[in-house]
Every structure is written in structure tokens, then in C-alpha cells.
Design a protein around this ligand. Sequence first.
Ligand SMILES: *Cc1c(COP(=O)(O)O)cnc(C)c1O
Length: 418
Amino acid sequence: MLGLNNTVSQQLNFYGNTTPTKLVEQYGSPLYVYNEEVFRDRCRELKDLVTYKNFQVNYSVKANSNLSLMKLAHEEGLKADAMSPGEIYVEQMAGFKSSDILYISNNVSSEEMQFAIDRNILISVDSISQLETYGKINSGGNVAIRFNPGVGAGHHEKVITGGKKTKFGVAISDIPKVKVLLKTYNLYLVGINQHIGSLFMDGDKYIEGAMSILNVAKEFDNLEFIDMGGGFGIPYQKLASQGRLDLVNLGERLDKVLHEFATEYGSEVTFKIEPGRYIVAESGILLGTVHSIKENFGITYVGTDLGFNVLKRPVMYDSHHDIEVYRSENIPSQNSHPVTIVGNICESGDIIAKDRLLPQILHNDILGVLDVGAYGYCMASNYNNRLRPAEVLIDSNGNPKLIRKRDTLEDLVRGFVL
Ligand SMILES: *Cc1c(COP(=O)(O)O)cnc(C)c1O
């Protein structure tokens, strides 16, 4: 197999004992491929972020809720966040105990709250009115609250979840109301959390966010935990030598802030973070096949099976994903030139990479879309009645293992009532 532009997967030995072309032959195209070692490394990096003893990493499984990957996270000693009863359901299947799970709810029904209460899972509520709903059905119980201290960060307006322009969290000015409701319903506030947004590459905002939630924490006695949120970014532009988030520097600064707070607060409170993307993004590569190459009005279109039904991020957030090229025969490419890589969905917006300078791509080449482990498969759909791809894990011995089957045509009609 000939690899072009493939320094990233090569350095990681991402495909172990197999190759992209063999994987596609065996499991079909498109195909999500994950690497166990990369996944485990990221879990460990974040577990070691600080020296502060009571520190917990909650994997935010909405980034990728494949059962096999969740089991790896569990094996690595991570805990988990849930955003829905469905996530609670699969987390318990993956081995997480009730006490390992924090249900970070947003505008949910009392039935959904009850689902968590019945399973002894702590809920974090996201508004005054949700706190009241909770109080009515679980008076005397434990509760957590998500605050929005006014700091936001993120790579796109749609994923900035703190600050003055988002639907999330309880405003600081509502703290007096919170206190009244806690008293009215005899609720015990065990923890507070926040999540300022997704994909920061510079620790300053995170530290700023952490300091603001710690200020909120001072308003409440006897908290068991303070959760500072996720959003840790990964370099999506590796081929342009984009640097990594400096976790050593961030960790050192955070450590200092946490120790100082614990001393002042007078208890060894638990600190949590809730990373999704950082844990899983880089452990995933999406493989697809080139089926057509054409030139329309001066633009070269590379037509593939990588529609936005398979990977939605480029269309949804204008996201950049680096692309590698693999070829079964040893035919070298001519010069690089700009191409636009598109999928097979019936919409003009179905573009996975625009104006990308890549080695000449040939019919039947396999493309590898990098860093798709997070918000990749979980956002895939059956749009255009296409089948969602299979998922394969390259295990620690370098061998591929199927961890989710490709959809079948029968899956498309499951649930229809005639
Ligand atoms: C999505 C989300 C996360 C994880 O975000 P990442 O950017 O993937 O780290 C953490 N906490 C909450 C509340 C979220 O909604």
C-alpha cells in the first residue's frame, strides 16, 4: 500500500498490523477506525493533569458512546457524564456504577429526572425552574447545579456554552433564589458544575472559568465536588504543524488554583473535569473511497462515500479535518493541487474539505479523515436512507476488531408500522 500525506497515522502506527486498504476490503467503506492505545493515552494524560488528590475525570460520552470505547474509559478509571437517559443506559452497560455517573440535564421532564433518581444517579439541574421540578419529586434528596458564571469559550458559536449568550446554566444573580429553593425542598447541594464550551487550545479561558466557578462555590458550604467542565481542544490542523494544548502548563496552573481553594474552603473537596473530545477525537480515523473525480467550472471535485450523513462536523461547524490518502497500488502522485472533497448526499453543501491542497488523488484511492473519534459516528445519520458505517478498533496488539456492525437495509425500516 502507498500512503500519501500520511505522516500522522504513520507516526502513531495507527493501523497496527493492518492497512486502510485491507480494512476497507474486510469491513466495507466508509468505516470508522479507532486505535485503543491512542484512546488509553488520552485518558491517562487527563487523569494525570493535576497532583491534587481528589481529582476525577468524567468522560463526556456524548462525544462517542460506542460501548467498547466506554469500557476502555471505565478500565482506565474514568467516571462518566450523561446528558440523557439513553446515555445513562449505555454507561451502566459499560460498567459504570451509579455513583460514577453525573447526569447533566438540560430542560428535561420530571419523568427523565425520575429515571435517574430511580437509579441513584445524581442530577445536575440547569435552571431555577428545573431545580423546583426536582425538589417536588425528590424532596430531601441530593442535587447538583450547573452555573453559568459568565465565561465562555469555543471554536464555533454553536459550542460556546458559557457566557452571556447561551441557554445553559443558572446565572450568578439567581444564587439567592437557589438558596431559597434548596431550603424549601430540603435539598442537599452536593456539587456544582459548569462547562464553558468546546475546543479551547489555550488554557487561559479554562483557568478563568475555573476561578469563576470556585467563586460561586464559596457561596455554598459542604460541597462534595466542583466540576469545572470539559472543552479541552485537540489540534485539527496537524499537517500544518498546529501545536497541542499545553496540558503541562495548564495542569500546573490549575493545580495551584485547586490547592489554594481547598485550603481556603477548608475541605478536600473533589474536583472534576468533563472532557469528551480530548479523550476520543484523535483515536478515530474515518476511511472512505474515491468513486469519481471531475472538474466543474475550474474546481476539481473528488467524489467519495463520505457524505455528511457519515461525518457532520464540516457541514455543521465548518470544521477542518486533515486528510490522508492511501492507494493499494504503488502509483505515485503527480504534483499536489487544490481539490474539493465531497460526499454522495443530494445537497450542494455536502462538502467534507474545500479547496484542499492534496497529492493528486486517483479513482479508488482510500481517504483517511483524521481526528473524527469525537462527534463523528454519534452524529451520523441515515439521511438519504444511507447505512451508518461499521466501527473497528485496532487493539493494543495492533489487530482489528469489529466493535459495531454497519447498518443493514432492515435497520432502515425497523420501527415502521404499516
Ligand atoms: C459536550 C459537553 C462536554 C464535553 O465537551 P468537549 O468539548 O467534548 O470536551 C462536557 N460537559 C458538558 C456539560 C457538555 O455538554
